[in-house]
Design a protein around this ligand. Structure first.
Ligand SMILES: Cc1cc2nc3c(=O)[nH]c(=O)nc-3n(C[C@H](O)[C@H](O)[C@H](O)COP(=O)(O)OP(=O)(O)OC[C@H]3O[C@@H](n4cnc5c(N)ncnc54)[C@H](O)[C@@H]3O)c2cc1C
Length: 398
């Protein structure tokens, strides 16, 4: 394990996270999934307690919220290790969408909202959801289609609208809801914290999807009818919605890349074990050049995705938020496609075993396929990269 670009402290923390993932979380994956299907979280809770005891809980948060105060580079180093198990981020309370919502509330919520929702979220006593996307003709890949509205009413606001793909919304205690508050293309939206069980919040359904429903990763659909919130439910300020969406989504997108890289790297390790041992046509699979090509391509793509992600993390750490945007788009499309391709090739290299549920590749692939759509589809990120390159905002030789 090399520690390129990491301080000695981060390198040491990385080893501790990796040890917990390898020794405690990966061996418990099946137990966590089986218990979850039965509606119990005993093993998960035990591991969460252990992560706290080991001093590895929510490392991205400031110390007064129970974390280690790490910046984006620190998250880059540790989230990759957590991501080697699809359940890892949940154990350390660094999973999406909660982790992105923690960062957002930390920077923008009123003191009262922080006490009511952020503290229990940081302690994993509650979960949350982020409600931006709407069914057609509302906001999807293009947020300017936003239809959900919020209008001022006395001291507070009244929200009406329809949202879907609110990951984790079913079990969440609160929702971050993006709503239209004027017709201005830049300042026309605002984000609100809404109690999941407030009057007028209707949970329509759990959307049936390609990926298995695991832990809180259910896709929820909501209707909001005359939902009243107080003035302090506004995040940041009136009209800040589009700006905050960028501020939340750029680092959140990178944290996805970090987790996906971890899972892709573990998948490739599993391929190494199989093709290094299995014999076919008189030699080990790895001695066939077509297998070598799949291994080499996966190694190249994971490595380049890692460099893109860390480069972008470093920009964010330096406060270059606007400049980092096209780099985050490039990293996101590259790493999402890499994860899908690495898993698809892993199934191929493992043959019938790879296709069977004796190995987790099928389950992981079905979840990974969303990576090319969620947080903006590939095409929209490619549009951003091309646009910013043409405007001279993207230097390909950094
Ligand atoms: C598993 C999963 C979890 C999600 N979690 C959340 C969540 O927690 N909160 C939330 O708010 N949203 C969430 N989303 C929603 C996600 O962000 C949207 O699905 C995504 O932004 C695309 O919007 P859409 O589905 O409406 O697609 P549409 O806007 O209908 O686009 C459909 C397709 O058109 C193509 N397209 C769109 N624009 C362009 C363009 N400019 N150029 C070329 N092609 C284009 C793309 O291929 C795109 O996939 C989630 C989605 C998934 C799949």
């Amino acid at each position: 394990m090399t520690d390129w670009m990491l301080s000695p402290e981060l390198a040491a923390l990385r080893i501790r996270v990796r040890a917990m993932v390898d020794e405690r979380i990966i061996p418990a994956e099946q137990a966590i999934l089986d218990e979850d299907a039965r509606g119990s979280r005993e093993t998960l809770k035990g591991l969460q307690a252990e992560a706290r005891a080991r001093g590895l809980w929510t490392p991205h948060l400031p110390e007064d919220f129970g974390g280690l105060g790490l910046g984006v580079m620190g998250m880059g180093a540790l989230f990759r290790e957590m991501g080697r198990s699809p359940l890892g981020a949940k154990v350390f309370n660094c999973d999406a969408p909660d982790q992105g919502n923690m960062d957002l509330l930390l920077k923008t919520a009123s003191p009262a909202i922080k006490e009511q929702y952020l503290r229990p979220l940081c302690a994993a006593e509650i979960t949350s959801a982020f409600c931006m996307t709407e069914p057609a003709p509302g906001a999807g890949a293009d947020p300017s289609n936003l239809r959900t509205t919020a209008r001022k009413d006395g001291d507070g606001w009244v929200i009406d609208g329809h949202k879907w793909y609110s990951t984790g919304g079913e079990n969440a205690s609160f929702l971050v809801v993006m709503a239209r508050t004027s017709d201005d293309p830049r300042t026309g939206s605002t984000m609100f914290v809404v109690d999941r069980h407030a009057a007028g919040v209707e949970y329509v359904r759990r959307i049936p999807v390609f990926a298995p429903d695991v832990l809180d990763h259910f896709e929820g659909e909501f209707r909001f009818e005359g939902v009243r919130v107080g003035a302090d439910a506004v995040l940041g300020g009136e009209g800040q919605g589009f700006l905050l969406a960028q501020k939340r989504l750029v680092p959140a997108r990178l944290t996805h890349c970090m987790r996906w890289l971890g899972l892709a790297a573990r998948t490739l390790d599993m391929c190494r074990d199989y093709v290094g041992a299995r014999k076919s046509f008189g030699k080990r699979l790895v001695e066939h050049q077509m297998i070598q090509v799949m291994i080499a391509n996966a190694a190249r793509d994971i490595h380049s995705g890692n460099l893109m992600t860390l480069h972008c993390a470093q920009m964010l750490e330096q406060g270059l938020d606007r400049e980092a945007r096209p780099y985050s788009s490039m990293a996101k499309t590259h790493v999402a496609r890499t994860l899908c391709r690495v898993l698809d090739d892993a199934i191929q290299m493992h043959g019938g075993l790879g296709y069977s549920d004796d190995l987790p590749f099928g389950r992981w692939y079905r979840a990974a396929r969303a990576a090319r759509i969620a947080d903006g589809p590939d095409e929209v990120h490619q549009m951003v990269v091309a646009r910013d390159y043409m405007r001279g905002r993207l230097d390909v030789l950094v």
